[in-house]
Design a protein around this ligand. Structure first.
Ligand code: NDP
Length: 246
């Protein structure tokens, strides 16, 4: 018996990176996990196998986070196959680099559709379906608190939006014992932000710890917020940034 035994979780964007690590970590602690992905069907199948290797049920659901109807369908499908919902991890997101003078309106719309509207719609669809004492966990970014270089205005804006969304959700869901929190990771070594990528050295120069974090280190925080030890923690931001804000 582990702390999440029997819990039912949905992770958006669970086929790779932080979302995949969170899906597997939740399963390691006893949860059955459904997750969405956009296009990486092979990666998604691997994550299902990793969930099942822990003796839990895993379900991959194709759903573009930029498509509100697809997200709502995915939440309904997840509740159906899992048999309920205790934990929503709003992880799907896209990076965005570019000076404000260079960002096309189509790029602005695409980033906001995934990073903000998609998160809102998933929370909206999950709100009435989450069990009493359930959890919402949103993956924001340290860029919501501190922007260190030019070219991050759009991304920082999209992640700062989650801070307000989260506080509102905490107020709306608290009467049912449901908590809502944002995790704000610093640089994490994934395909979105590889530790040997073109922006890596600049990011490392702002850290107290001299390395990128791993997806598993963020997943550990997801497990903590999903577990019984975090029952009185709501409406706040949990920063896991290697000292980016220090
Ligand atoms: P990755 O690019 O490694 O993985 C992104 C995941 O999200 C994939 O599973 C991908 O699915 C899914 N996804 C992307 N777009 C969509 C979409 N439109 N609809 C459905 N699923 C989608 O990213 P990370 O793991 O690095 O990032 C995860 C979250 O963490 C994001 O919200 C990101 O902003 C945030 N974050 C990341 C940091 C970092 O340094 N890596 C730092 C701070 C925050 P598919 O495989 O099908 O493409």
């Amino acid at each position: 018996m582990t702390e999440l035994t029997g819990k039912l979780a949905l992770v958006t964007g669970g086929s790779r990176g932080i979302g995949a690590a969170a899906a597997v970590a939740l399963a390691e602690r006893g949860a059955d996990v459904a997750f969405t992905y956009r296009s990486s069907a092979d990666d998604a199948a691997q994550v299902v196998k990793q969930i099942e290797a822990n003796g839990r049920r895993g379900f991959a659901i194709e759903a573009d986070a930029a498509d509100a109807e697809a997200i709502e369908r995915a939440v309904v499908q997840a509740v159906d196959v899992l048999g309920g919902l205790d934990i929503l991890v709003n992880n799907a997101g896209v990076g965005a680099m570019g000076m404000i003078t260079d960002v096309a309106i189509e790029d602005l719309d695409r980033v906001l559709a995934v990073n903000v509207r998609g998160v809102y719609v998933a929370a909206q669809a999950a709100a009435s379906r989450l069990s009493e004492g359930g959890r919402m966990i949103h993956i924001g970014s340290c860029a919501a608190a501190r922007v260190t270089t030019p070219g991050m205005t759009l991304y920082a804006m999209s992640k700062a939006a989650l801070v307000g969304l989260n506080k509102g959700l905490a107020r709306e869901l608290g009467s049912r014992g449901i908590t809502s929190n944002v995790i704000q990771p610093g640089p994490i070594d994934t395909s979105m932000n590889p530790a040997d990528g073109p922006y890596a050295e600049a990011q490392r120069s702002f850290l107290a710890l001299d390395r990128f974090g791993t997806p598993e280190e963020v997943a550990a925080a997801v497990v903590y917020l999903a577990g019984p030890g975090a029952a009185y923690l709501t409406g706040t931001e949990l920063t896991i940034d290697g000292g980016h804000a220090a």
